[in-house]
Write a protein that binds this ligand. Structure first.
Ligand code: BDR
Ligand code: CA
Length: 314
């Protein structure tokens, strides 16, 4: 099975993503590393530990990473409570952690896990990219041990946290630029353009809740998140961004991708944190086409939507 590390800031959709990996027989989940993001680091770390307890995975270590972005302060988002005050709205029902956090930081644990592995490991970053930038900057040789990065982040046609930027990239654009542009690790970027199309509705969540204690435990976290998405989607349901990326990490090829040049806006104008994806292909209708010039990333553009929902549900 795929060897996998998830770098995460749980987060309700992070919880669904971790569930997918923690409960899949095809995955060897080596560890979780945590980062600030949806809520501060202390909360995301405790959330990660408690989620693993819900999933019965005492064997999976958790190490805490960055508490803020690389260079500039974290601009606290206007709607910081999207995932509820503690990041997992209504998390009262979650069990306490089954084990302590590791005595080493996230980057050190990633290095240890990668070096101990006899085959390359997939990393799925589903929060701000601070830990991943630090890993690649401080340990250049470690690239060879990474099979690929499958990142939830970015927006091709307009963002969520701002008109141009998606939250994970916007939170630390300098880190994102390091990872997506300056590094050369094989990367699949799963942008919000696709994840939004993979929204799930109330019947899907009801059926998950009825599937057993884990499904019920996950559904119980969604109250605040669903209230937010009710205003976005105009109906009852939610977008499970991070689970779409982890589905690809577990089941390579479940998403269709296109290889496009990419840059990240690190300026201080209205597009800070935007992913600039160059979609001028030789086939482009406007005559502006040209062959893609590296660096490129594989941007996820499509999937079998119902098949993906079933994959996550089951
Ligand atoms: C991303 O931002 C966070 O709120 C979610 O957990 C996801 O990783 C979506 O923009
Ligand atoms: Ca996340």
């Amino acid at each position: 099975g795929t060897k996998l590390i998830i770098d995460t800031d749980p987060g309700v959709d992070d919880a669904f993503a971790i569930a997918l990996a923690a409960r899949s027989a095809d995955v060897e989940l080596l560890g979780l590393t945590t980062v600030y993001g949806n809520v501060p680091l202390e909360a995301t770390t405790r959330n990660a530990q408690r989620l693993l307890a819900l999933f019965g995975r005492k064997d999976v270590p958790v190490a805490a990473g960055a508490e803020r972005p690389l260079v500039y302060p974290f601009p606290k988002p206007r709607d910081y409570a999207v995932h509820g005050e503690d990041g997992l709205g209504g998390s009262e029902g979650l069990p306490d952690p089954l084990r302590d956090i590791e005595p080493v930081d996230a980057v050190t644990m990633m290095v240890q896990l990668l070096e101990a592995s006899d085959e390359p490991v997939t990393i799925a970053p589903i929060g701000p990219l601070t830990n991943i930038a630090l890993l690649l900057a401080a340990h250049p040789g470690i690239r060879e041990k990474i099979a690929r990065l499958v990142i939830m982040g970015g927006a091709v046609a307009g963002g969520n946290i701002s008109s141009a930027a998606e939250f994970n990239i916007w939170a630390d654009p300098e880190a994102a630029r390091r990872v997506l542009v300056e590094e050369s690790v094989p990367t699949v970027l799963v942008p919000m353009d696709l994840t939004h199309r993979c929204a799930v509705d109330a019947p899907w969540l009801d059926s998950l809740a009825a599937s057993g204690p884990v499904g019920a435990g996950l559904n119980a976290l969604t109250t605040d998140y669903r209230a937010y998405y009710r205003t976005i989607l105009g109906s009852e349901g939610m977008v499970m961004h991070d689970a779409v990326a982890v589905a690809e990490a577990i089941s390579p090829g479940i998403l269709q991708t296109q290889s496009w040049p990419i840059d990240v806006d690190c300026g201080f104008g209205p597009a800070r944190g935007a992913t600039i994806v160059d979609r001028r292909t030789p086939e482009a209708p406007d005559g502006g086409g040209r062959p893609p010039i590296p660096p490129t990333v594989d941007v996820a553009v499509d999937t079998d939507l119902d098949g993906l929902r079933t994959f996550v549900h089951d």
